[in-house]
Design a protein around this ligand. Structure first.
Ligand code: DQA
Length: 705
């Protein structure tokens, strides 16, 4: 057995400041705005706040001159002070740059708002500034003498508040601000563009500075509200949003067909190489959209806005993009770094418990890799009552995303084993997901995979036994199961599909100690089988107690026991809610899916709901149903009336098949009254709206017994 050595700790200093605000101050003409824009565009801080721009927006004016005329200087200063104070909410991680109006520092509140920032004073002789500004319509630059006097007066304030002073008499292109500020910046921030903090979605217009060309927004339909807010903010910042795609995502839609759909929409919208794709959603959306961005016109810029906990601590960071090929996960992909990753930690307050549990698993995995400093933050989350967890979650996300960012910057293309550590627990985790056809969520599968990997580490690395127990304990306290009723024989074929396999077999990631991962370990399959059978596998469904040894929990609802029903929606059914309410009602597909899942669970069934506009994907799903479903419910939409290939795919399926239509197709236009699939189904429900699905599930329960 070959086992790689423990990886050297990566150069990440958890105690170094992880967020920095750089404030550019100085007199008119010093180049604050130009410098901030140039810097933001060239891979510097992605968040850029310009107080003049924000003040004018608040006052509804186009220029400072117009604002002075309409409102007077005092009102301008008050609005300026307010926008700056409002903006002074802290950032948890990342770097942002502010360019402040020359007169704003007269306000004590403004000076207090920048007290902790790194304040850079750009200055040049009055002559130089006057040259730059003369002839402009700035109200305070009308005559040279008063310009000079004002410069003198303000100088004292700039000097008093500044941390660094820069001679800006040279052209701004020559000011290497990054190098100059190196001492003040957190290590490893350059270019990664990661920003973490509460309410960052509302700062998204800052990334306007990155976008030269048109922008397309690609969002998971489940976060349409956030996507609309982003669109509105970009538009009001003057960015042309050429298209906004809201796509129903999920592991199942992480496929080439979805990539094609995205690409076609971008081409239609005229996205060119100078454009930017803004991707908003969880890991599946970000992986798919990031991959599409990496191949569109050989690569366009993209911005990642992760909206689930899992993607905020892991999947949304680091530029790995890709899609599944049928059942094989992530086998097509690329590494395409986003220009910016904006993590708005506010979203965690609205996430359901399941989603928090899934994210927790990835966060706790990252903590075991990173060391005790991060594991302490995991413990704080667990120890805090759930209603008071916002700050502990924020600190955990900040630490995990920062650690992952550092790992990625050391080994961006996953070539030297450093980045591979992030796969801890994923080899078995992916196999569980594949073997159960997605019935076990990614987080739930990784929790079990982690347990297996930690037990394997004890076996082959002699790592301290306490780690697996710690894992089990943390998971148990969050309501996460670390054992599984799957038989080894059900799992093993899927390990063979793992993309980490090379000619030498599978490279396992193990943990020699907390903070000391080992990658590329070659382990004989029988050792893995032994660990699985001895520690991880439990008998199905025998109550929810801890077992005698304290190592496994057996869960009543262990999902593989329940029959799985494939609920397939065909063409145009993703448009529910906006399409022909008279026939189809006002409920959106995500809402209908939620109802179906609830009805299924009260029938002790699992509903696996999927929608596609691609006939190919629809047929493929029916073909694969044989592998992992016990019944199917189909609503093929308009395909019902002519698509014989669906009939042919349904016909040989040896399981209950139900055809459902929301509307009464036999009472509508003549062409809808024919169903070519009818001879291949066992039961039909038509015209009962959403309730029809409840009936179909009930009928299936009766058939399955
Ligand atoms: C439908 C009826 C079809 O005629 C139509 O094309 C649909 C939906 C229904 O659910 O009522 O898209 O299948």
């Amino acid at each position: 057995m070959t086992v790689g050595g423990a990886l050297a700790a990566i150069s990440f200093d958890p105690l170094a400041p992880s967020a920095v605000r750089i404030v550019l101050v100085g007199f008119m003409g010093a180049g604050k705005t130009t410098l901030a824009r140039r810097w933001a565009r060239s891979g510097g801080p992605v968040l850029w706040f310009d107080s003049d721009r924000a003040t004018l927006e608040r006052l509804g004016c186009d220029s400072v001159e117009a604002a002075f005329q309409q409102h007077g200087e005092a009102a301008f200063r008050a609005a300026e002070r307010d926008v700056i104070v409002d903006r002074s909410v802290p950032l948890a991680r990342g770097v942002e740059v502010w360019s402040l109006g020359g007169g704003s520092l007269a306000s004590e509140e403004v000076r207090a708002a920048i007290a902790d920032a790194c304040v850079v004073w750009l200055d040049a002789p009055t002559e130089v500034l006057w040259e730059r500004i003369a002839g402009s319509d700035r109200p305070l630059a009308r005559d040279k003498n008063s310009f000079r006097e004002l410069h003198e007066v303000r100088r004292a304030t700039y000097e008093a508040v500044s941390t660094v002073q820069v001679d800006s008499s040279v052209p701004t292109e020559e000011i290497g601000l990054g190098r100059l500020l190196a001492d003040h910046l957190p290590p490893g921030w350059f270019g990664s563009g990661l920003a973490v903090g509460d309410g960052l979605t509302s700062r998204v217009q800052d990334i306007a500075a990155l976008c030269d060309g048109p922008v397309v927004i690609v969002a998971d339909r489940a976060v349409a509200r956030i996507a609309n807010e982003v669109e509105q903010r970009l538009t009001s910042a003057g960015v042309a949003v050429a298209a906004s795609q809201h796509i129903p995502m999920g592991e199942w839609n992480k496929q080439m067909a979805t990539v094609e759909l995205m690409l076609a929409g971008w081409a239609d919208a005229g996205l060119h190489r100078g454009g930017t794709v803004i991707a908003i959603g969880g890991g599946t959306l970000l992986d798919t959209a990031g991959f599409a961005a990496s191949i569109y016109q050989r690569g366009v810029d993209w911005v990642s806005i992760p909206t689930t906990l899992t993607s905020q601590v892991d999947a949304g960071i680091g530029g790995k993009t890709g899609v599944n090929l049928g059942v094989a996960k992530n086998v097509v992909g690329s590494v395409h770094m986003p220009r910016a990753t904006i993590i708005d930690t506010k979203v965690i307050d609205s996430l359901p418990d399941d989603a928090l549990r899934d994210g927790f698993v990835e966060a706790a995995k990252t903590a075991l890799l990173a060391g005790d400093w991060l594991l302490d933050r995991v413990r704080t989350v667990v120890d805090t009552p759930s209603a008071e967890r916002h700050v502990p979650w924020l600190e955990l996300i900040e630490g995990c995303s920062g650690y992952k960012d550092a790992v990625v910057s050391e080994d961006p293309f996953d070539t030297d084993g450093t980045r591979a550590q992030l796969n801890l627990g994923h080899t078995i985790g992916h196999a569980i997901e594949a073997a159960t056809g997605g019935a076990v969520s990614h987080g739930a599968a990784v929790a079990i995979g982690m347990h297996a990997a930690l037990r394997l580490s004890e076996l082959v690395l002699d790592s301290p036994t306490g780690i697996a127990n710690t894992w089990h304990d943390l998971c148990m306290r969050m309501g996460i199961v670390t054992t599984s009723p799957l038989e080894w024989e059900q799992l093993a074929p899927f390990l063979a599909l793992d993309k980490k396999r090379d000619s030498g077999g599978l490279g396992w990631v193990l943990l020699a100690a907390i903070g000391a991962p080992v990658t590329g370990a070659r382990i004989p399959e029988d050792a893995v089988e032994r660990v699985w059978n001895e520690y991880v596998r439990v008998e199905r469904n025998t109550g929810s107690e801890l077992d005698a040894s304290g190592r496994g929990i057996r869960v009543e609802s262990a999902s593989p026991r329940h029959p799985r029903v494939l609920v397939l929606f065909g063409v145009n059914l993703g448009e529910l809610g906006v399409r022909d309410a008279e026939h189809y009602g006002t409920q959106t597909l995500p809402d209908l899916v939620r109802d179906i899942e609830t009805w299924a669970s009260s029938e002790r069934l699992i509903a696996d709901c999927r929608q596609t506009d691609s006939l190919e994907r629809f047929l493929q799903a029916l073909h694969e149903a044989r592998l992992r479903h016990h019944a199917v419910i189909v609503n093929p939409g308009a395909w019902t009336h002519h698509e014989l290939s669906i009939h042919d795919a349904l016909e040989p399926l040896g399981m209950p098949r139900v055809e459902v239509h929301l509307s009464a197709i036999d009472k509508r236009e003549e062409w809808r009254q024919t169903s070519v699939i009818r001879p291949a189904v066992d039961h039909v429900v038509s015209g009962h709206g959403a309730e029809g699905y409840r009936e179909a599930l009930h009928w299936i329960r009766g058939q399955i017994g």
